[in-house]
Design a protein around this ligand. Structure first.
Ligand code: SAH
Ligand code: SF4
Length: 427
């Protein structure tokens, strides 16, 4: 049994929230627990079936085991590290956003997207999962950046978002085909946990997802990309660019101050060369901020000849941000400029806008509104910062509008930002 030392020195059973999740328990830990309980070895197989292949969502529902055994196991492992899940459907049922409350009250999101089969392609179900509660990087157009850093997720908390979605899909006789680390958090700042979760999820004896069906998105943690390159996984690497020139990217992706855009793209190209997997770049188009002809030209200079793919995403509206999506004609013009230079480009539509599909939006909504004064303060700081950034990338930009509406300032340096920028655990 998992025990903790009490202040009086004696051992007492661990409280439920301190127990390890069963989904991250390895075979040695499971065998040891079953042996301690005097159970035959074949129980390990039954346990794996209950965790990975049954509709059970709690120990109570594992009816292959006696009530006593279920109780004993519940003293050692949490069946589910997610305490509560709220589901919000959108896009006529094609998108399903899940807001998960973890046992300590932290909120994280996952989004399940169905892509109907067409032109000979089979139907796909893609799940977007979170690796952290909140995010320390603080991109000012992102709802998770707005939330700030909460904490890193444990391996089981990452895996259990997937088990949740898989159980929901199973009730519709469907299964998960693709998994993307594009929810809340910066996965390459929690790489140990992400690698451990990926190894569980791609283990044929456990979740069994093909490694080629897994994608990871980073805002540009160079040592993390290098570590992945050395491991040569068969995953798709997506890099969130959003600007090709340092002064503007310093503002949009504050991690750029530590790892400038050229170093990020060089590391991503090395990943592509080592793994043979095409890197994709994400570029959120923000009206009047990063969507000009000069931005497209800078992007072409950066990506030309690299054989990578560009996804253009009109910005999803986020509360307290002054910015909006670029209008459709500017999106088209930007895409045409890039495509003309021979770079593969796709314009993506954000899924589930009516339920707040941009990462972290639902969780941000739940954590309460900041005061009007603090919103106004952020707004003016962000307008000043974006005007300064635009002046330095393109002098004439000082004379053009940088967006209207309610502006929001970037998170002040230091509120989690410094932590996010340290190459912690990324070698
Ligand atoms: N932190 C990692 C992975 C999670 S963010 C990263 O930044 O890559 C996943 C994607 O959602 C990123 O490409 C991010 O830029 C995008 N995103 C965040 N806020 C958005 C918004 N308001 N509109 C559109 N895309 C957004
Ligand atoms: Fe963090 Fe990614 Fe959001 Fe930036 S876009 S704040 S890196 S989750």
């Amino acid at each position: 049994m998992t025990v903790i030392a009490s202040t009086a020195g004696e051992s007492v059973p661990a409280p439920a929230h301190a127990l390890p999740g069963i989904s991250s328990a390895d075979r040695v830990a499971v065998d040891a627990a079953l042996a301690e309980l005097g159970q035959p070895r074949y129980r390990a197989g039954q346990l794996a079936d209950a965790v990975w292949r049954s509709p059970a969502s709690s120990w109570d529902e594992v009816t292959t085991f006696t009530k006593e055994l279920r109780l004993e196991l519940a003293h050692r492992f949490r069946f589910d590290t997610v305490a509560e899940t709220e589901i919000r459907p959108a896009d006529g049922g094609l998108t399903e956003k899940a807001l998960h409350r973890l046992v300590d009250g932290q909120l994280v999101e996952s989004v399940l997207m169905r892509y109907p089969g067409r032109e000979g392609r089979r139907e796909r179900h893609t799940l977007c999962i979170s690796s952290q509660a909140g995010c320390a990087v603080g991109c000012p157009f992102c709802a998770t950046g707005e939330l700030g850093y909460g904490r890193d997720l444990a391996v089981a908390e990452i895996v259990d978002q997937v088990r949740h979605a898989a159980r929901r899909l199973a009730t519709r006789s469907a299964h998960l085909t693709n998994l993307v680390f594009m929810g809340m958090g910066e996965p390459l700042l929690v790489l140990d946990e992400v690698l451990a979760a990926a190894s569980i999820l791609t283990d044929p004896a456990r979740f069994g997802l093909g490694a080629r069906h897994l994608a990871i998105s980073t805002s540009g943690v160079v040592p993390g990309i290098e570590r992945l390159t050395a491991l040569r996984p068969q995953w798709t690497l997506a890099v969130s660019l959003h600007a090709a020139r340092d002064p503007l990217r310093d503002l949009l992706v504050p991690l750029n101050r530590r790892w400038p855009v050229a170093a990020v793209v060089a590391a991503a190209s090395a990943y592509q060369a080592a793994t043979g997997r095409r890197v994709s770049y994400e570029y959120v188009l923000i009206d009047g901020i990063n969507d000009t002809a000069a931005d497209a030209a800078a992007l072409v200079r950066l990506l030309e000849g690299r054989g990578s793919h560009l996804n253009l995403i009109p910005m999803n509206p986020v509360a307290h941000t002054p910015w909006q999506a670029s209008p459709p004609e500017r999106v088209r013009a930007f895409a045409t400029r890039v495509a003309t230079a021979g770079i593969g480009v796709t314009v993506r539509q954000n899924r589930g806008q009516e339920v707040g599909a941009a990462c972290g939006q639902l969780a941000a909504e739940r954590t309460g509104e900041p005061s009007a004064a603090s919103v106004a303060g952020r707004q003016s700081r962000l307008v000043a910062a974006s005007a300064a950034a635009l002046r330095s990338v393109e002098p004439r930009a000082a004379f053009r509008s940088v967006g209207t509406g309610a502006p929001r300032a970037p998170r002040p340096a230091g509120r989690g930002g410094e932590r996010g920028m340290s190459p912690r655990r990324t070698g």
